[in-house]
Design a protein around this ligand. Structure first.
Ligand SMILES: NC(=O)C1=CN([C@@H]2O[C@H](COP(=O)(O)OP(=O)(O)OC[C@H]3O[C@@H](n4cnc5c(N)ncnc54)[C@H](OP(=O)(O)O)[C@@H]3O)[C@@H](O)[C@H]2O)C=CC1
Ligand SMILES: CC(C)(CO)C(=O)C(=O)O
Length: 324
């Protein structure tokens, strides 16, 4: 039987682990803190729906990532559900020690930069990129709310920083199929994509416009479109970001602006992940989002002053302390 581990017991990690376990598959959560591993092992993951109704209590095995390194029977499939800010050298070293060569690692991080770092840190492992529009919020050490259903795309992990367009770590089709099957059996809409660069760039575009503006203006996503001034800010950032991302595989799609407005409408009540990080005094993923757009713009010789300025502003908020 495929041995499945989820690295990171946060919002997406608990949603993945909870749903997989509720579908009857054994799953192990690798946490940062020992206290969370104990809580998860004792009570399982309480999975709730969008309005807080209990869907089920999912039994899981749990241990810290450090403890996972000593496992005699290591995982074959690892779903990586940490933020880009967690990808320190120490974390990457620990992950390499916990994941044996030949195992598949599907990275669910938003933003860019993780695929390059993971590919370098995990030689001999099968790296996959995953982009999800599922919404999740951890409500306790062993509890998660599934705040919105979406799609999850899986495929070759594209490389952007310092590379020409179309560079990617080719996925082993057999590993891809295994991860797709695990997600589908857990009830997720999993789609194998042969253009993960496009998927990552579409998601990056939403995050690059919505996240920094909501974090600075301290408004939920739906409030961004509520005034002309905010819409103008969104449009300015969008107009600067699209030409940069088009250099790396974002299609010339006239529907992109409407799609962005649609994300704001569908997630109107959400506080973006960056706003939540700022409010909690945690480091944000700004370096992997607008910081990444700035880097790509420099690489392509295009201007991106708004992305650079917003990166500097968010990094200057007490608590952020820079990024990976
Ligand atoms: N939440 C969502 O709805 C969505 C999130 N995403 C993306 O998915 C990624 C994960 O997001 P999300 O789940 O929301 O983030 P969270 O902050 O909720 O969870 C991240 C988890 O990573 C854990 N972690 C950090 N460092 C380590 C470590 N050294 N060892 C083990 N675990 C560690 C954290 O542990 P601890 O709590 O102990 O610090 C935390 O539980 C992000 O890139 C995000 O942008 C994508 C789509 C939707
Ligand atoms: C799409 C969006 C903006 C939804 O809140 C998101 O992915 C985030 O908050 O990081």
């Amino acid at each position: 039987m495929t041995k499945i581990a989820v690295a990171g017991g946060g919002s997406i990690g608990l949603l993945l682990a909870g749903r997989i376990a509720l579908a009857g598959k054994p799953v192990t959560v690798w946490t940062r803190a020992e206290a969370q591993a104990r809580a998860l092992a004792a009570s399982g993951v309480a999975v709730c729906g969008a309005s807080g109704e209990t869907i089920g209590i999912a039994p899981v095995t749990a241990m810290t990532l450090d403890q996972a390194q000593a496992e005699r029977d290591p995982a074959h499939v690892v779903l990586l559900a940490v933020k880009q800010t967690a990808l320190s050298q120490a974390f990457l070293d620990a992950l390499r020690a916990a994941v044996p060569p030949g195992a598949a690692v599907a990275a669910f991080c938003n933003g860019l930069g993780h695929t390059e770092r993971l590919a370098a840190a995990l030689p001999g492992r099968h790296l996959l990129a995953a982009v999800t529009t599922e919404g999740a919020r951890r409500t306790g050490p062993a509890a998660v709310r599934h705040t919105g259903s979406g799609n999850t795309w899986l495929g070759d992990a594209p490389l952007f920083d310092g590379t020409a367009r179309d560079a990617a770590v080719p996925a082993d089709p057999a590993k891809l199929q295994i991860v797709e099957k695990v997600l589908k059996e857990a009830g997720f809409t999993a789609i194998v994509s042969n253009d993960m660069a496009e998927r990552m760039l579409r998601k990056l575009l939403s995050n690059a416009v919505i996240n920094p503006l909501t974090a600075l203006l301290r408004v939920p996503n739906g409030q961004l479109t509520a005034t002309r001034d905010r819409l103008r800010l969104m449009r300015t950032l969008f107009d600067e970001t699209v030409p940069v991302l088009r250099q790396y595989g974002l299609p010339n799609d006239p529907a992109l602006w409407d799609e962005l407005l649609d994300v704001c409408a569908r997630t109107a009540a959400n506080r973006s992940s960056m706003l939540q990080d700022v409010e909690a005094g945690r480091p944000t993923e700004i370096g992997a989002i607008n910081g990444a757009v700035s880097r790509l713009a420099r690489q392509a010789g295009l201007p991106a002053p708004w992305n650079g300025g917003l990166t500097a502003l968010i990094e200057a908020i007490p608590g952020d302390g820079g990024d990976v």
